[in-house]
Structure formats: structure tokens, C-alpha cells
Design a protein around this ligand. Sequence first.
Ligand SMILES: [Zn+2]
Length: 410
Amino acid sequence: MDPELLKYLLMGIITLNIFIEKWLAWLNIRQVPDHLPATLDQYLDDNKLKQTRTYQVANYKFGLVTGIFTYLLTIWFIGSGFFGELDGWLRYFIDYPLFLSLAYIGILYMGSDLLSLPFDYYHTFKIEEEFGFNNTTKKVFFLDKLKSYVISIVIGGVLLYALLWLIHQAGLDFWWMFWIVAIVFMLSVNLFYTAWILPLFNKLSPLEDGDLKRDILRYAKSVGFSLDNIFVIDGSKRSSKANAFFSGLGKRKKVVLYDTLIDQHTPDELVAVLAHEIGHYKKKHIYYNLITSILQVGVMLFILSQVIYNENMSLALGGDQLALHLNFIGFTMLFSPLSMLLGIGMNMMSRKHEFEADEFAKTTYAGEPLAEALKTLSVKTLSNIHPHPWYVFVHYSHPPLIERLEKLEE
Ligand SMILES: [Zn+2]
């Protein structure tokens, strides 16, 4: 395709993308609940509903501003040939093509992150703070940033270097070779996330002996689930929002409970939440998710292999010769509609899994305490009670609260 045409195609794609994105968000925010099911009466009074609404609107506006800012900046960068100019400028300093690409992508990554820093800061210390969710101190906020820069530079740098090296050495075959590298990497993250990455940000401690631990272990045993690692994480260091998750595969699996979750729920509710999580294992969702992500990466790499050597892509972005890093940027834009479609597929699968895990908790433990826990969680986090069905279709990895309650309380 002619570079000029390709340039307008890229602009068209990202325009369509933000249009769909913001249109869905708008549909979602203008949806005002007409009535609430009786089961939520005790949890949501008028005051709480009003607060929920205000929080949703604040986040909607925030998303609108950041989205439009990023969009305009990208369009300006494409239109003005900035991406190509940056390439030309870096070529004065760096000869070796692999380092050139690494530096180029590194600069864009750091640049975009620094630009988003004021927005992140505002979201944490203004919006989250105002609604009482924020516990992050400024020190923690900036330390987090610093640590994630170091991790991205080290891990991202090594992976990117491996990818670029394969592109240079193996030609078109690079896509399946790097796919193998990516699979090994994804499996290692899965296995070692709680042991290596998480402790850099949070403190993990084993759950103390007591009623809760006894109840959890008793339940786990009743469904034949071997569980030796129950950890508590100091999530309250950053936010009052609560969570629980499993990590790792096979014998290395661990369950991690947020301290905020333990504070906000009865032991009965906590066991029900755990029963739901164990349901994900018992129904093999963890493996389905892993396999789907692996396939997704494969598709991405294959498509990358179709555009990475296309000189016109570099020219479309303002370069004067083929540059792998320019084609990377072009690829991420070209790929965005497909990535939205893949995301929809993943979310559909995930929502189905959530219902199955709820069902598992209901049959092997009890539906009621899980329903109570979900209500508390949802109300405390000021979640949208009536999301728009299309917004749910595209973005929700979990079914909306009311649909889950209907099944749990049926
Ligand atoms: Zn779940």
C-alpha cells in the first residue's frame, strides 16, 4: 500500500477506535438505574447511590480527557511525521540497528509514561482520594513508578532485544521462534510472580493460625484441593479496595488475600470467596486462560511478521527508510481493532468462567455468603450497578453484580 494512503489508514483506525471506545463509555454513563432489586436495599441507600454516581461520572470524565489527549497527540505525531523525525535524529548517535530500535522504543515508552504521570497522579491523589479509596503516600507512588521503570527496562529490554535479534537473524521465521520465548516467559511469570515480582511492591505474610485459616483449610480439604500456601498481602498500603487471587500452577499455587478483604468480610464470606477462586482451578479456567493468552500472542506475532519488513509502513510514519521500530509502532495501531475483538472474546470466556466459579462455590459451600461478599465489595468500591449491556459485552471480565446475584440467590 502507498505510504500516504497507509498513513491515512492508520489515522482512520485510531480515530474509529477512540470513537467506539468513548461512545461505549458515554452509553454506559448516561444509563441511569430505574429501580434496584430488593436484595440490595440494605446496602444501597439514596446517599450511597448518589456517591456511586458521582464517582462513576468523575472516572468517565477522567477517561474522556486522557483518551482525547492521547488521541490528539498520536494524530499529531503521525500527521507531522514526528515518529520518522525521531528516528532520523537517533540515527546520528546510534549506528547499530538493534540498539537503535531499543533506544527508539525505550524513548517512546519513557516519554509516554512521563506524559501519563500527571494523569496518574491526579487519579490517585484527587479522584481516589476524594472518595476515600486512596492510601498511597506520595513516597510509595513515586517509588512504585521507579520500580516499575526498572522492571520494564530490565525485563522488557531483554525480551525486546531477543525479539529484534530474531527478526534480524531468522527472517520471517522469527514469529514462531519468539513465540516459544514468549511462552517460556509467560509460564515463568505465572510460576514466579508471587515469589519474585510481588514482594518488590508488597509485603506477603502467611495467614496466621486461627479460625479463618482452619475454616479455609477444612473447606479446601472437603473439595479435595491441596492448599498449603495462604498469604496475606498489605493491599491497604495503597488502596482500601479489596481483592483475592490465586497465583502459580500445580504444586506451586498460592492463594493471596488482601488485608482489606479480611477486614471487610466475615470468615464465612471469606471462605465463600475462596471457594469461588478454588472453583476456577477445579474447572481448569486457569489453564484455559493460559492457553488462550498463548494463542493470542501467537496471532499477534504472526501479524507482526506480515508488517515488520514493509518499508511503506516506515515511510507512512515519516521515516526515510525501513526501520523495525517504526513498523512496530505502525503494527500496534494496525492491530488495535483486532486486539479489541480478541479482548471481547477473552471477556466473554471470562464472564462464563465467573458464573461457573460462582456455581461451584454455591454447590460445594454456600451461595449466600458469596452473594453477601459480592454486595459488600461492589458497594464499597462504588461500582456501577447498572452498566450498559454493550459496555459489559466489550469491557467486563466479570458479569455485572445483579446478574451474579440472580444466579446465586435463585
Ligand atoms: Zn472469579
